[in-house]
Each structure stands twice: as C-alpha cells, then as structure tokens.
Design a protein around this ligand. Structure first.
Ligand code: SAM
Length: 372
C-alpha cells in the first residue's frame, strides 16, 4: 500500500457502532443463538456487558469476576433490581453475583456455567497468569461455550496513535497466527473445537489484515459433567463475593401470589363492568335480547364466547355481583400464571372476597352508582 494513502487512511478508521459495542453485541447474538442459562463474564470491569446480558430472558444466573474490585463497584448498582422488577416480576428467576479474584485461581463458585466470556481480558494477563488461565477456564470451569476476544496486532497499523500496544496495561498483542495457534492448542488440550471470527471489519481490499478485534468461540466436545464429577473438583473458595442480587420472580410463591391476586381482581373488575353495562342496556329496553354481534373488543368477545359456550355467566343477587372463578380462570393470563384451577383457588384463598361456597369473586355494588 502506498505510504501516503496509509497515513491518510489511518485518520479515518473509525468504527460505527464503536468497537466495544460490537463486541458486546457479538456476545448478545451468541446468547440468542445458544440460549445459555448460566453465564460468567471474566474480567467484567465496570459490568457493562453483564448489565446488557441481564435483559436476555434465557439467562437465570449471571456472574462477574474481576481482579479490580473498585472497577466492578463503579456501576454495580446498575445490576440491582429496579422498582418495576418488583411491580412486574419476571417469569424467569435471575441471580447476579460479582466476585473479586483472578482468573488464574480456581473457585467452586465458577462451576456449572454454560457460557464463559473473556472479552479483552487475556492481553491484560501476566505471563504466569496466562499460563494458568486455560486450566482454570477450560479444565476446571469447563463450560459448554467459551468466547475469547483480544486485539489483532496486525490491525494496529491502521489505528491512529497506536505505537506498541493499544493500551498501556496490555502485556502483549497477538497477530492472527499467534492467537489462532494458542487457541487451537488450548482447544486440543481440553477437548474443545474453536472457530475464529471477529468484529471491526478491515477496509475493502485489506481483508488479509483481519478483524480489529479477533474472537475465538470454543465449543466443548464432550457432554456436560455430571454432579458427581463436579463435586470431585476442589471446593475451597478463594474469591470474595462483593455483590449479589436476587431478582423478584414468579417462580417465587410470594411474588406469584401477588401477581395472581392482581390479575384476578383486574379480570373480575372488567367482567363486572361489562356485565353491569349490559344489565343497564337491558333495563332501559327490557324487550331487547342479548345480541351476538362482534364488539370489536377482544375482552368482551372472549367473555361472550365463554358465557355462551360454557355457561360461565356472571350473575347478580341483591346488591352482589358474582364472577365465577371458572370464568376468570379461562382468561389466558390467569391460566398461564396459575397453571391449574386448584392453584388459583389456593393462591387467592383469604385474599380476595369470594362467595360463601368459594366458587365466585363477589362484589358489593350497593354504593357503586351513588356518584352518578
Ligand atoms: N471485559 C470488559 C469489556 O470488554 O468491557 C473489560 C475488559 S478490561 C480491558 C480488562 C479487565 O480485566 C480489567 O477490568 C481488569 O481489571 C481485568 N483483569 C486483569 N487481570 C485479571 C485477572 N487476572 N483476573 C480477573 N480479571 C483481570
């Protein structure tokens, strides 16, 4: 390449979206593809990737590890549940934990993960730690997938201002051949396959230079180790847990009960409202018969179908309106939350006003129209 062109070119190499976002997106895409339940991010720094991953609905356990406790603490509050998480608990469970420690040491809290990410980590490791790293990650943790990203030194000539390394804390930066040789040897040793890719495309015509960030995706070739094999691994804890958040989840009976009560009352209220509007219509014109015209309203149509097909009609007696629990249970959201009719009855018992035989939600409408 012409020297002048290269110099001019180095001024304009800029990635959009920025490279770090492309790396995080790469991990998110991998999570979408493989749907891991347990993900550990090694060298998690300020937890930005962990924060992005907490929105992936397949993930139930997220863990971060870093040797720098202060860095992790900068934004770790972003990993705590928000008020909305309590108002609308998710159907999945989610636990997020942060550990202070080194990837050169084994700790049992790192066992049982499906995916382990090491984004821009290895180039920060001292030679002695880099030597221990494969045994810790591939030998001890042994997840089904490992992702490792690291700078591609061949790209550096295109980056303005880079002299030796891209960052003063980098202990090395590898060419594509160096990274691939290390990765292939590691994969061979620990019975993984590895595929190479990257983010940050080289300019057209310079494809040989490779991606700005090179990535190896390692897949374990042998099946998941059973409990017995896991328990043979050393159990002495060496990491310090610095953060733990358990998100409210509908898998927890107390959140499920609140959600069911809210949904039952909400559904019953709407049914009651429709029922009373209809009653008023007929009392204005007693000759009119109920019509089966579609109402353009999903709820009313669904309710109409239930009433006609299954005889699950709400009814009034004196100042009371009764909405059968079977009608409420037939609504998809209530059914999905409770699973069975018996569970619905159990969860709302003593929490919602019911008819004396417990078969219907009861509303007293004596004062309902007083303000009209
Ligand atoms: N993975 C993050 C990302 O992509 O945004 C941050 C990468 S940062 C460049 C490297 C991180 O590795 C730093 O936060 C550093 O403290 C951490 N680190 C360095 N040596 C480590 C070790 N031996 N064990 C665990 N973390 C280490």
């Amino acid at each position: 390449m012409d020297k002048n062109f290269k110099e001019e070119f180095t001024q304009i190499v800029k990635f959009e979206p920025p490279l770090y976002k492309q790396r995080y997106q790469f991990v998110k895409d991998l999570v979408e593809k493989y749907k891991p339940k347990k993900v550990a991010d090694l060298g998690c720094a300020d937890c930005t990737l962990l924060w992005m991953l907490k929105f992936c609905s397949c993930i139930e356990v997220l863990a971060g590890l870093d040797i720098c406790e202060n860095k992790m603490q900068e934004k770790m509050h972003t990993l705590s549940p928000l008020p909305v998480d309590y108002l609308q608990p998710s159907e999945r469970s989610l636990t997020v934990t942060l550990h202070h420690g080194s990837v050169a040491h084994k700790d049992p809290c790192m066992l049982g993960f499906d995916l382990v990410t090491c984004i821009e980590l290895i180039e920060h490791l001292e030679e002695s730690d880099l030597k221990k790293f494969p045994e810790v990650v591939f030998g001890f943790m042994a997840p089904s997938i490992v992702v490792i990203s690291t700078p591609n030194s061949e790209f550096n000539t295109l980056l303005p201002g880079v002299k030796l390394y891209r960052h003063p804390d980098h202990k090395f930066e590898w060419s594509q051949a160096q990274f691939q040789s290390w990765a292939l040897e590691t994969a061979r040793c620990y019975d993984y396959s590895v595929e190479f890719t990257g983010v940050g495309h080289p300019p057209t015509g310079m494809e040989k230079i490779g991606f700005c960030t090179q990535i190896g995706v390692f897949l374990r070739k042998y099946p998941q180790a059973g409990e017995s094999v896991q328990s043979e691994k050393p159990t002495e804890a060496v990491y310090k847990t610095v953060f733990k958040a358990v998100y409210p989840s509908l898998k927890d009976e107390k959140y499920l009960q609140n959600a069911v009560i809210r949904e039952v009352i909400f559904t019953a209220e709407i049914i009651k409202h429709r029922f009373m509007s209809k009653r008023e219509e007929y009392s204005d014109d007693p000759e009119r018969k109920p019509t089966s015209q579609p109402s353009m309203d999903y709820f009313t149509d669904y309710l109409g179908k239930l009433v006609i097909e299954k005889n699950m009609e709400p009814f009034a007696s004196g100042n009371e309106v009764y909405i059968p629990l079977t009608t409420i249970f037939a609504f998809p959201k209530v059914k999905r939350l409770c699973g069975t009719f018996e569970k619905l009855c159990k969860l709302i018992a003593g929490k919602v006003t019911l008819s004396s035989d417990g078969s219907a939600v009861m509303f007293n409408i004596e004062h309902e129209n007083e303000e009209d």
